[in-house]
Write a protein that binds this ligand. Sequence first.
Ligand code: F6P
Length: 341
Amino acid sequence: MRIGVLTSGGDCPGLNAVIRSVVHRAVTEHGDTVIGIEDGFLGLVEGRARPLGLDAVTGILTRGGTILGSARVARERMRDAVGRAGELASALGIDALITIGGEGTLTAARLFSEAGLPVVAVPKTIDNDIDATDVTFGHDTAVWVATEAIDRLKTTAESHQRVMVLELMGRHTGWITLHAGMAGGAHGILIPERPFDVEAVCCMVEERFSRGKKFAIVAVAEGAQPAPGTMRFQHGGTDAFGHQTFGGIGPRLAGEIAQWLNKESKPVILGHVQRGGTPTAQDRVLATRFGWHAVEAVHAGAFGHMTALRGTTIRLAPIAEAVAHLKTVPESRWTEAEAVL
Ligand code: F6P
């Protein structure tokens, strides 16, 4: 069999571990040929691809990013590509396609699958917001990086009796902020699922300092929103691909805290550092398992499905189910975090 593989959307630690695993399983167990499609769906549309043998994936397990590259494709061009799905697959000579990507990629994978292209998807995102899987690879690495940032900010904040506001990724969901905030022992955790009141944040900081504590750390997700009727703040517009843009809540909040409390308050935006670099052991293991199961799904003819972690077992879930809702932080998980703030 000839299996195409592509990585699409924002990159994420662990993508190369999936590619490596797909190649090993497909080539060694099934005698397949794996075709690496360059720059995501753009490579599919433009017919840019190269064969991936065992040699091509040597040494990539620990590497961040993706050896295949990734790119965004404008909606119109994607619609056109879906209409030509069969033609594009024959141009590359592939019998099946494994897509590795987040919500946008899963939506595209579903459309290609419905258009008759045999597709199996592997979900990825540092945000951990894909429903139908307990967790996605990349999230553990991002949480680790964000936790280390909190640990480091604590020592400098304490030396200068400052408030540090750390803005973390998460446009619609607060998983990274929740988990890093818990692991790093942040004093405030602000997530998109729970609009916040700046006055309550300032009271928390003031109360800490009144107890003789010398610093405070507030972790805020980039998509966190002030509650209606409190601080006025507008998130950005939309990018060239129609996605809502975020950013700026951290600096704005740090400014408000400084003003309300007359206390030094500094913003830190961790940004793409959360997505770069080598994956944690946990992410490497999950990515490797997903790759193995994606190849098995192709051979079982389970097209239109994606790999998913349920408990400790990898299962297959319909892609349609995965893109039906975003997995947001439920109240029960917030309550556990709140207890240690
Ligand atoms: O989807 C993952 C994510 O890391 C978001 O949390 C973040 O807002 C976004 O990607 C930024 O991606 P890019 O800068 O590549 O558009």
